[in-house]
Design a protein around this ligand. Structure first.
Ligand code: XLS
Ligand code: NI
Ligand code: NI
Length: 437
């Protein structure tokens, strides 16, 4: 079989002095950080939709990314061939995982039955290729947003038939994910939200979304799928307001509906920033409550208000991300999925390599920097000292719950005024972090 990337060799680690753009300068899969090989710690995944289905189309312009291996049709043959290309790409990139939506890998069909048959045919090829290459499925998901039937949403559609179709589609997507040994299954609420509240029964829609997730979990149990379910927050786009707005909204939804033991979060950088948070905030919020499952690694552009899904290149950002992820000892069974696309002006297939190499190196650097910060314990000491008034005395009583308002009033009446505050040392800490970069 002829290669689709004949000029690209298998990408290997050459170290920071290498001038070869098709090599890793910082990502050595075998390097051990905090007791784990980088490959096992980071669990990188290529996403099928942007990398193999992205065309560069935007609201103002036609496709620019015309791939030599793609005949532009929605045929089974084209889809089968694309699988071979994807596995050649991922093998050369030395990436251990991939992720897909049902409709990225296989053509849709005029009926549910036809779509399912298409998916089965492609899944068989995916399975064969996984076996040949050892590349694994990090997560599967269903596209419940592109087809016109999903104009009002899927699980939150006002049309019960659409709910039923979505349920059938997710049933199949979970089965295929299971068949391929997928380690997680993702729900992203593409159109699960609203454009205005005059025509929206929010209470009913949220109840439907919860029923949908319970049904998905029940079905997974019935077929023996034990992968982790993940809910992916995003505040808007395509709808004005999405129910999976941010980590806090998702966790509240999951807890309110008895899903907290079943579903964790898949947190995406660009979605965090669209919600007005930093990625570090979203990760830390999810982590402290036991909901940090996996990440979609990309970045946005602060000058643009939409999901630009760019590849991460900012070491400061990946350092912040890894400071949180290392705190919980990694993400497994989750991983680091490059939900990112090359710019529509980056038209050569080799640009897909440059993009992923850059993302992987940026994460490797962030990981090593974060690990050094953690080894030196500089932030630990700062944090510990900052809260030391809670280690004994009245602070310890507050934390234990052994004092109430009356007791605290007595304490303060006696003392007269609170102890003076100490400096937060923000600039000092920021300088300190910079010294590790
Ligand atoms: C879109 C989302 C999507 C999910 C998977 O903004 O990031 O790509 O990750 O459905
Ligand atoms: Ni995503
Ligand atoms: Ni996104």
């Amino acid at each position: 079989m002829s290669e689709s990337f004949p000029d690209v060799p298998k990408i290997s680690f050459e170290g920071p002095r290498s001038k070869n753009p098709l090599s890793f300068k910082h990502y050595d899969p075998d390097e051990v950080v905090e007791g784990r090989r980088l490959e096992d710690l980071l669990r990188f995944a290529v996403c099928y939709w942007h990398t193999f289905r992205g065309t560069g189309v935007d609201p103002f312009g036609a496709p620019t990314l015309l791939r030599p291996w793609d005949d532009g049709t929605d045929s089974i043959d084209n889809a089968l061939h694309r699988v071979d290309v994807a596995f050649e790409f991922m093998t050369k990139l030395s990436v251990p995982f991939y992720c897909f939506h049902d409709r990225d890998v296989a053509p849709d069909g005029p009926t549910l039955q036809a779509a399912n048959e298409n998916l089965d045919r492609i899944a068989a090829r995916l399975k064969e290729k996984q076996g040949e290459t050892g590349i694994k499925l990090l997560w599967g998901t269903a596209n419940l947003f592109s087809h016109p039937r999903y104009m009002h949403g899927a699980a939150t559609s006002c049309n019960a038939d659409v709910f039923a179709y979505a349920a059938a589609q997710v049933k199949k997507a979970i089965e295929v994910t299971h068949e391929l040994g997928g380690e997680n299954y993702v729900f992203w609420g593409g159109r699960e939200g609203y454009h205005n509240l005059y025509n929206t029964d929010m209470q009913r829609e949220l109840a439907h979304l919860a029923r949908f997730m319970h049904m998905a979990h029940d079905h997974a149990k019935s077929i023996g799928f034990t992968g982790q379910f993940l809910f992916e927050p995003k505040p808007k786009e395509p709808t004005k307001h999405q129910y999976d707005f941010d980590a806090a909204a998702c966790i509240n939804f999951l807890r309110a509906n008895g899903l907290e033991d079943v579903v964790k979060l898949n947190i995406e950088t660009n979605h965090a920033t669209l919600a007005g948070h930093s990625m570090m905030h979203e990760l830390e919020y999810a982590r402290i409550q036991g909901f940090l499952g996996s990440i979609d690694a990309n970045t946005g552009d602060l000058l643009l208000g939409w999901d630009t899904d760019q590849f991460p290149t900012d070491v400061y950002l990946t350092t912040q991300i890894m400071l949180v992820i290392l705190k919980q000892g990694g993400l497994a069974p989750g991983g680091t999925n490059f939900d990112a696309k090359v710019r529509r002006e980056s038209t050569d297939p080799v640009d897909l390599f440059h993009a992923h190499i850059g993302g992987m190196d940026t994460f490797a650097r962030g990981t090593k920097i974060a690990a050094r910060i953690r080894t030196d314990g500089v932030l630990d000491d700062l944090l510990k000292n900052r809260y030391c008034s809670y280690d004994d005395g009245v602070g310890a009583q507050i934390e234990e719950g052994s004092v109430g308002f009356a007791g605290l009033e007595r304490y303060m009446l006696d003392k007269g005024e609170a102890a003076p505050n100490e400096s937060g040392r923000q600039e000092y800490i920021e300088n300190l972090i910079n010294e590790y970069l």
